[in-house]
Design a protein around this ligand. Sequence first.
Ligand SMILES: C[S@@+](CC[C@H](N)C(=O)[O-])C[C@H]1O[C@@H](n2cnc3c(N)ncnc32)[C@H](O)[C@@H]1O
Length: 242
Amino acid sequence: MKKDTTKVKWDNAYRLGMTMWYPSECLIRFMAKNFKKQIGIKEYKTIRPAETILDLGCGNGANVLFFNRLGYRAYGVDISRVAVDLGNKLLAENGFKETLICIDMEHLSFENNYYDIVVSHAALDHILYSQYLKVIKNIKTMLKNGGFLFITLRSTEGFDYESKTATKVEPRTLITGDKKALNSPFENPYEKGIPQHFFTFEEIMESLSDFSIITIEKNVESSGPDSEFVDGRWFITAQLAK
Ligand SMILES: C[S@@+](CC[C@H](N)C(=O)[O-])C[C@H]1O[C@@H](n2cnc3c(N)ncnc32)[C@H](O)[C@@H]1O
C-alpha cells in the first residue's frame, strides 16, 4: 500500500468536509479524570502536574486547541497538509501558536523524554499493524518516565461486517470499502479506501507491555434489525514506568 495514496485520500477527505470542530468527548473525560478538571467559571483542579501534550493524527486541531485553552503546551502531527493548515489557522485565530506539523507519524523524531502526555484518537488504527508498533516504540522515547498515553482504537467487532465490502491487506486490516452498499448506519464516506485495523485485546496488551494499563474500556454500538451493523472501539489509558 503506497503511503502517498493514503495521504492524498486524507487530504481529499478534509477537502470534502471531514472536519472536526469540537474536542473529542473521550479526551475531555481523560483530561478531567487524570490531569485538570474545571470546577468553576475560571477554576480548575489540578489532578496531576503536566506541561506538554502531543496529539498524533490531530486532524484539524480541535483537540490541540482544547489543550491550549486548558493551559498546556500542546502540539499535533497529521499526515494531511489540508488538516494541518486548517488547524494552525484555528490555533492562530484563537491566539495560540501554530504548533501542528504535517508529518507521517511513523517517522516522528521529536525530542526524547519531552512529553508528559501523548494522545491519539481514532488515528493509530488507520495504519498497518507493523507501523502501529513502530509508532508505539517512538511514543515510548518521546514520553517522560511516568508519562501518560491515551489512545482509542477500533475493535474487532466491526471486522466481519465491514469485510463484506472491503479488501483485506493483513490480518484484521481492511482497506475500507463502501459501507453504503450495506445500508450501514455507520457509513463514513470520507474513510473509503483508507486502511483500518481492528484491534484485539491481546494486540493491545502485548503492544503496551512496557506501560501500566490504568484503564481499558470498550464501547460497542450495534444497529439494524439483527444488530448486524457493529462499531466497536477501545479507549486505553496507560502510564509509562517511572
Ligand atoms: C479519523 S481522523 C481523527 C482525527 C482526530 N484525531 C479527531 O479525533 O478528530 C484520523 C486522522 O489520522 C491522520 N493520519 C492517518 N494516518 C496518519 C499517519 N500515518 N501519520 C499522521 N497522521 C495520520 C489522518 O490524516 C486523520 O486526520
